[in-house]
Design a protein around this ligand. Structure first.
Ligand SMILES: NC(=O)c1ccc[n+]([C@@H]2O[C@H](COP(=O)([O-])OP(=O)(O)OC[C@H]3O[C@@H](n4cnc5c(N)ncnc54)[C@H](OP(=O)(O)O)[C@@H]3O)[C@@H](O)[C@H]2O)c1
Length: 311
């Protein structure tokens, strides 16, 4: 059986549990496509999974290859696949138990999308999970419409930098909270009001909004009720916002988990093709430096996305 390299964990813990190993190369099932992975992005869920802090992955799922999205080339197709052929360039978000930190991945054809022509593999790998989180937060859960006002917390990060651009492309007015180091980027991406969360309290400097997209949680989430219009909505990637506070403020409060959705990823790809959305890469690490890549994402200031180059 041919083998390949993969970064796996056999137990939960610090970066030391990440192991670069040789494992069996997968064969695509009937409805699957074998991808030669060129790049995989690093998301906060990767280090949370590694630490055992992600509820979808338990001891029974180990050993596990980490990574939730990838870009690469079709290397083989299952006997029931007609949508893709060998050599096609694709990107995809993977489900919780299916890694991207590996040289070959066999994934259901329903999750694959042709990648935007103008992107490198590194850039394309950065898009799926973060991009779809922004999309589902703003549009599926937040129901954002043209002309509405949205506040995006954490606009300099992986999800936030896409969210600013998607909301602007939709025709919304956008405010965002960022570190001072990300203020000029947020402006360049189109934000109408940029708030430095180190030195300003957003509730003192912003007029009421229709939607808050909360990518931070904690007291940032709690303080956000004060700046929502009556009938507005707070959508969070970090747990269910306080329902009693929502009732008192006469707003809706939604916590959600992103799900792979090829149709939405294709729409995101079109915005990238049209030049309306840029991918911001903070740093690209080789696959064997997955530990350093996770450490950087968890502990350092990161602008945009961190990516692992696999091939
Ligand atoms: N529920 C889901 O399905 C889902 C999906 C994707 C992501 N998430 C979660 O959503 C969060 C964001 O994800 P991400 O990929 O965008 O993470 P990320 O790339 O690490 O970005 C987080 C950003 O937030 C900034 N930040 C930190 N504290 C802040 C504050 N108080 N106010 C404003 N900005 C602040 C950071 O800037 P500094 O580094 O300069 O502080 C950084 O730019 C993570 O916790 C992730 O686990 C959940």
């Amino acid at each position: 059986m041919p083998s390949m390299r993969a970064v796996r964990i056999h137990e939960f813990g610090s970066e030391n549990v990440l192991r670069l190993e040789r494992v069996e190369r997968p064969e695509p099932g009937g409805h699957e496509v074998l991808i030669k992975v060129m790049a995989a992005s690093v998301n906060p869920v990767d280090w949370k999974t590694r630490k055992g802090e992600y509820a979808m992955v338990g001891e029974d799922d180990l050993p596990l290859t980490l990574g939730r999205d990838l870009a690469g080339e079709v290397a083989a197709v299952g006997n029931r696949v007609s949508e893709f052929k060998v050599g096609d360039r694709i990107f995809a978000m993977l489900d919780a138990k299916h890694g991207g930190y590996e040289e070959f991945a066999s994934i259901p054809v329903s999750q694959l999308v042709g990648m935007p022509a103008g992107l490198s593999f590194d850039e394309a790998a950065a898009v799926p999970l973060a991009g779809m989180t922004a999309w589902q937060g703003l549009f599926q859960n937040g129901n954002l419409k043209a002309g509405q006002r949205v506040l995006i917390h954490g606009g300099g990060g992986g999800v936030g930098h896409f969210a600013i651009q998607f909301a602007k492309a939709k025709g919304a007015w956008v405010a965002t909270t960022v570190s001072p180091a990300d203020a000029s980027l947020a402006k360049e991406l189109g934000a109408d009001q940029v708030i430095d969360y180190h030195s300003e309290r957003f509730e003192e400097v912003i007029d009421p909004v229709d939607l808050v997209l909360d990518l931070i949680g904690g007291e940032t989430q709690d303080r956000s009720f004060a700046i929502l219009k009556e009938g507005g909505v707070i959508v969070s990637t970090l747990g269910e916002p306080d329902k009693a506070a929502a009732e008192r403020s006469k707003v809706r409060a939604v916590g959600f988990m992103v799900n792979p959705n090829a149709r939405q990823l294709a729409e995101i790809g079109e915005l990238i093709d049209q030049g309306k959305v840029n991918v911001v890469l903070h740093k690209v690490f080789p696959l064997e430096d997955a530990a350093a890549a996770q450490r950087a994402l968890e502990q350092e200031h990161v602008q945009g996305k961190i990516v692992l180059r696999v091939a």
